[in-house]
Design a binder for this molecule. Structure first.
Ligand code: GLC
Ligand code: MG
Length: 423
């Protein structure tokens, strides 16, 4: 968030399971398409917020399994825990606010009287969230009876049923919608309030997000019955909410287009690669370049001289590249090695994506670009913290020349195997 020095252009607030992440897409293609779009066009001036029902423990598990970007803000445990930045600094003010009319012990005591409720795992029981499994057919009866019981004990709670199976009991002031209200207020006070906000969801605990004033909303095509019903009863006339025809992250990109919120064609959907594309910024440049690299290694593009010529114009003739092992090579050497690498990952599960890209003009026409470069090859996942110094000319501000590239291993990525990385 420190990157922003004014209003965020767009703030995306997205649920994770079956919204940002499609668990039925083992290749994670729509997520990777979203990632490329976000890093190329939005990361530098917008905010990415993940709002999930998951506790911190199983949110971290998901991050290890799926190529999720690093969000600016994370809202976990169904809007009961808000954290900021990569180091996930908790919002203590929010925690204190939720204590109002909340007594966890009474919730545990009363819910124990319902044999239909089966406790979820320990990790999902949080200070302001008590969670169960409950069969769909019994849901409405149990919810009604439980609300009465808790009301009689003087508590003001919110009971949410999601995914046709999960039941959460939270303080009335909590939930994904209330957490977003709180966050929007806070951002506004700090002068970072977004120009547009797009909320994205697929299930019952997301419904509240769509009720936050002024936001745009997308229910992904695969939304659960309970959310679609909620929409039919409560929000049908709201032209700012759409039911996408595409699944998960592809539905989010579709909505960005529907509502004209900014670019919505993922660089991954542009087959021209870096040759014919008009590059818009240093972040766009690195996303396009590493897409080219992925496709080159997968043998998916024409192995033509034209690409090599193009690289000669991108890499400065005296430029150099420091590999994470410390080996320093000239960019000329890299261009020379490139044809030998063509198709080396053909038929392999090989993907490259960029996270946390940032750039700054360090002197006129000279840009320092920093990002995490992730590379998945088979089951091996590795990450390099990467810095590129690139120059643009006054008469050609959209053409960047790579002067220097420096990579270092992200902790834990080092030494998994000895394959020399290309770039
Ligand atoms: C996530 C949480 C679970 C919660 C469900 C619905 O799956 O792990 O505790 O009940 O979301 O909100
Ligand atoms: Mg979901």
């Amino acid at each position: 968030m420190d990157r922003l020095n004014g209003s965020a252009n767009l703030m995306i607030v997205s649920d994770l399971d079956y919204t940002m992440v499609d668990h039925d897409d083992s290749e994670n293609l729509s997520l990777l398409r979203f990632n490329a779009l976000w890093e190329a066009y939005y990361r530098h001036n917008s905010l990415l917020v993940f709002s999930t029902g998951r506790s911190p423990t199983i949110y971290e598990e998901l991050r290890k399994q799926k190529p999720l970007l690093t969000p600016d803000i994370t809202i976990m445990s169904v809007g009961t825990e808000i954290t900021y930045g990569e180091s996930m600094v908790p919002d203590d003010g929010w925690k204190q606010y939720l204590d109002h009319k909340w007594n966890r012990d009474i919730v545990v005591e009363e819910t124990a009287k319902f044999p239909e409720l089966t406790s979820q795992s320990e990790t999902e029981q949080r200070p302001h969230k008590v969670s169960f499994y409950l069969e769909k057919g019994k849901a409405s009866k149990v919810v009604q009876a439980l609300s009465k019981c808790l009301e009689n004990r003087g508590l003001d709670v919110k009971i949410i049923y999601s995914n046709g199976i999960a039941l959460d009991v939270l303080p009335q002031a909590a939930g994904k919608g209330r957490a977003l209200d709180f966050l929007l207020q806070k951002l506004k006070t700090d002068g970072l309030g977004p120009l547009n906000t797009l909320v994205c969801g697929d299930s019952g605990n997301d419904a509240e997000l769509f009720g936050v004033p002024q936001v745009y909303g997308v229910m992904v095509s695969n939304a659960q019955e309970e959310l679609v019903e909620w929409y039919a009863q409560n929000a049908r006339d709201n032209a700012q909410i759409t039911h996408a025809t595409e699944r998960c992250a592809a539905g989010i990109m579709q909505a960005i287009g529907n509502f004209n919120l900014g670019p919505n064609v993922s660089p991954r959907d542009i087959k021209d690669s870096i040759i014919n594309i008009k590059v818009l910024s240093p972040s766009h440049e690195v996303v396009m370049f590493y897409l080219f690299y992925e496709r080159w290694m997968r043998g998916e593009i024409e192995n033509s001289e034209q690409y090599i010529q193009n690289l000669k114009s991108i890499f400065h003739s005296t430029g150099n590249s420091v590999h994470p092992s410390g080996v320093d090579r000239s960019m000329q050497q890299i261009i020379y090695t490139l044809p030998k690498m063509f198709g080396e990952k053909k038929g392999h599960h090989f993907r490259v994506w960029i996270d946390r890209v940032s750039f700054a003009e360090v002197s006129l026409g000279s840009w320092l670009v920093k990002f995490d470069k992730w590379e998945l090859s088979g089951n091996e996942l590795r990450c390099c913290l990467t810095k590129v110094l690139m120059n643009s000319k006054v008469d050609a501000p959209n053409k960047f020349t790579w002067m220097h590239l420096h990579q270092s291993w992200l902790d834990g990525s080092e030494g998994k195997d000895d394959t020399p990385w290309f770039i």
